[in-house]
Write a protein that binds this ligand. Structure first.
Ligand code: NDP
Ligand code: 2IT
Length: 451
């Protein structure tokens, strides 16, 4: 990159910081994107002339609202909720809802921004959005979660619809929450339409949607390895998180013959040197999804493993790493530790789990690095397939959805190679994913004129 381009990137980033004060996660996501896309914009004057980058970083709209609900003790609670409708140039807004005490407007703006380009990469007609609340579902009863979801939907329902905006799950929003939200949406509208995805199978959900994000991360990783004549079989893997994405990432790695050594949650990580096999994983599913237990309980059941309280798994030696918990869970120091231990591939199951410095470390040391936009797009892709099945009023088989998911992940890999090949040997997947997503959205925006 020449000095003039660097200067433009700096100026652009300073402008973003000024316009969006204190939104540090949003600054980070835009910076990573601008570093890839600015040189491309400069060499394609139609994008520069259209001021496309400047337009893309402004959400179409943000809806902010109060959610009041009564807990089991009769106390009145008040949370804040948002829906960031970022960009609908190539389809209706689409993206998850997150319930976590650390949700802020900045977090939802970074997630909404990245969702736009992730959704474009899937090849399905979906714009990008994200929403959620600072409501913390941990320790709440089912009835409390239900009352919160119903209250939230009373306001959210005015802004969404099957052709307008289709929310889904994310951190803290799984099958239980989607059911309460969908039930309330249906009640308020008196229409049975696919306005949420991740629904239960008996009321419009798609087979494989639960597994899709984790499976997709592994499919993408196998295409990356195949591209250099390698495969997943026989490799060792570190996974962080033990939620939806982490568990199904582990399951697919086992199917592919890899050995999973770690899983984690916000209290620490477990290391099982014998590997987390299918039986252990099925026990874990019960623990995490039914009993809502903590990962540390694993060592009581499997005493040959060890629990490391308040630590992350990145110091364990392995071939592959899959950060599948949350943003910025892997920093420069963690990246250096992974590299020193000879890590071959890092694929982001979570959204923006690597800090900018960590991603740079991976790039500079030649680690195969799959950014979230590409690697975890399988979840929203199968959400898109759920919408298609809802419109057709026809459910597809497990095999059909899984085949389509594989094909979509392969096609995302192909787009990364097309736009990210730096020489015959090396693909820069960050650059490839950012530019491929950018081109689709930018071309649609240009076609609409000035809007
Ligand atoms: P879940 O709520 O099912 O699981 C989240 C996991 O991450 C839990 O183990 C949780 O631990 C851990 N975690 C969450 N926040 C933190 C934190 N601040 N520090 C440490 N650990 C944390 O969420 P998902 O598995 O659905 O989502 C995980 C990531 O994947 C997110 O980044 C999400 O945006 C992304 N993603 C999800 C998709 C989906 O389809 N669900 C699709 C694409 C991306 P604890 O229980 O202790 O909080
Ligand atoms: O980050 C993501 O892609 C998701 N949470 C899934 C969104 C969706 O609409 O399925």
């Amino acid at each position: 990159m020449n000095g003039k381009t660097n200067e433009r990137i700096e100026k652009f980033n300073n402008w973003i910081v000024e316009r969006n004060p204190a939104e540090i996660e949003f600054h980070q996501a835009v910076r990573e994107f601008a570093e890839s896309v600015m040189p491309f914009v400069e060499s394609n004057p139609k994008y520069d002339d259209g001021h496309i980058l400047q337009r893309m970083v402004e959400p179409d709209r943000i809806i902010i609202f109060r959610v009041c609900w009564e807990d089991d003790h009769g106390h009145i609670n008040c949370n804040r909720a948002w829906r960031v409708q970022f960009n609908n140039a190539i389809g209706p807004y689409k993206g998850g809802l997150r319930f976590h005490s650390n949700v802020t407007q900045s977090v939802l703006k970074f997630l909404g921004f990245e969702q736009v380009y992730k959704n474009a990469l899937t090849g399905l007609p979906m714009g990008g959005a994200k929403g959620g609340s600072d409501f913390n579902p941990k320790g709440k009863s089912d009835r409390e979660v239900m009352r919160f979801c119903q209250s939230l939907m009373i306001e959210l329902s005015r802004h969404i619809g099957e052709d307008t905006d289709i929310p889904a799950g994310d951190i803290g929003v799984g099958a239980r929450e989607i059911s309460y939200l969908f039930g309330q949406y249906k009640r308020l509208n008196n229409r049975f339409v696919g306005t949420l995805t991740g629904k239960g199978l008996s009321y419009g959900g798609s087979l494989i949607r639960t597994e899709a994000t984790g499976y997709g991360v592994v499919y993408f990783s196998s295409y990356m390895l195949k591209n250099i004549g390698d495969r997943l079989e026989g490799k060792t893997a570190l996974i962080s998180g033990s939620g939806n994405v982490a568990i199904y990432c582990a399951e697919k790695l086992l199917h592919e013959g890899a050995k999973v050594l770690t899983l984690s949650d916000s209290s620490g990580f477990i290391h099982d040197p014998d590997g987390i096999d299918e039986d252990k994983l099925s026990w874990l599913k019960e623990l995490k999804f039914t009993e809502r237990g903590r990962i540390g309980e694993y060592v009581t059941k499997y005493p040959n493993s060890k629990f490391y309280e308040d630590e992350k798994p990145w110091n364990i030696k392995a071939d592959l790493a899959f950060p599948c918990a949350t943003q910025n869970e892997l920093d420069e120091k963690d990246a250096k530790a992974l590299i020193a231990n000879g890590i071959q591939l890092v694929a982001e199951g979570a959204n923006m789990p690597s800090s900018l410095e960590a991603a740079r470390e991976f790039h500079n040391s030649g680690v195969l690095f799959a950014p979230a936009k590409a690697a975890n797009a399988g979840g929203v892709a199968v959400s898109g397939l759920e919408q298609t099945q809802n419109s057709l009023r026809l459910p597809w088989t497990k095999e059909e959805v899984d085949d389509r998911l594989k094909h979509i992940m392969q096609n995302i890999h192909k787009q990364c190679v097309e736009y990210g090949s730096e020489d015959a040997q090396r693909v820069n997947y960050v650059k490839g994913a950012n530019i491929a997503g950018f081109v689709k959205v930018a071309d649609a925006m240009l076609a609409y004129g000035i809007a």
